[in-house]
Write a protein that binds this ligand. Sequence first.
Ligand SMILES: C[C@H](O)[C@H](O)CC(=O)C(=O)O
Ligand SMILES: [Mg+2]
Length: 394
Amino acid sequence: MAQPTVTDIRAYVLRGGGADYHDQQGTHWIDDHIATPMSRYPEYRESRRSFGLNVLGTLVVVVEASDGSTGFAVTTGGEPAAWIVERHLSRFVLGAPVTALERIWDQMYSATLFYGRKGLVLNAISGVDLALWDLLGAVRQEPVHEMIGGAVRDEQRFYATGARPDLAVRMGFLGGKLPLHHGPAEGAEGLAANLALLADMRAAAGPDAWLAYDCWMSLDTDYALRLARGAAEHGLRWIEEPLPPDDYWGYQKLRKALPPGTLLTTGEHEATRWGFRMLAEMGCADILQPDVGWCGGLSELLRITAIADAHGLLVVPHGSSVYSYHFAVTRHNSPFSEFLMMAPAADEVVPMFHPQLLDEPVPTDGRLSVSTLDKPGFGVRLDPGLPLHRPYPR
Ligand SMILES: C[C@H](O)[C@H](O)CC(=O)C(=O)O
Ligand SMILES: [Mg+2]
């Protein structure tokens, strides 16, 4: 059956929050002395912006079809990803039928293997893939979640990531994931401060709240184990991404040594079925956390999830707003989702990709009804007032 074809693809860059949620101005919990692999250098300890966490900005990919339909997606990657989309990936998209998602993905991935495989190139591929899913939904007038198998539940529950799990619980979330503030370079005092904050949050959030620590690749196995052992008495549900993503062996070792009841999670900086196959087969984690805007897009996330499912693992995508909501509601092994609190003091619910999207759904009372996703594509619009910049027009 003849399908509409893709007639245009454009890549834009935006600054100031949104999909690049680390690109914030002023005081914000997300940049408040958070432990990172750079914390071993005192001059880069206070702020993640100081070492360039916000250098990229948001990548916006817009696609058009011969029937007049449009689709778009936002992810992280900024100007270098815009170059990759316009100057390299566009050739595999232009003129292709809007249904050719598998072939386009394979061509984008195979053609970039000599400089890609992970990171920025996969961000760019993810952006194109998500924009094409949005376009297909517009052509078919179908929500993405229906195109990938349909919802398996009526509503999705959420935990909140931010500085105030206590407030998150009062807002109806299952609990909260705190950023870890001090890494190994801050010694025993730092470790004690990490544990004291957890104890305070347990007291404030109550005995049933989920509490987790996001360690953003900043630890070594020894420190992670000491943190987990100390945190067990405060009911730490999981320890997230404690080691650099390439240290599969460290994750494998750590998971075996964690106190009973503490789960190990990772994957937000991993990409593709091959990266997640490594995590799954080596037993690196209990919960895999691909970011749909970074791991290769929705097409690749579906493959990653099949691998996870076959290994008895949960997939709880990292952030990524509607792009992960449409996915999670269709999978039994994604029983809950993350909500990143983007209010500077983590004291109110703000759409995760604010200020870029219109109609972006947010959880109410820690829940999102699947019916709020019942719009064509991913069901969001790019705010037409945004200062879009197209650095590499063809
Ligand atoms: C809070 C973490 O440091 C990071 O900014 C977000 C993240 O890793 C997560 O949401 O997970
Ligand atoms: Mg994380």
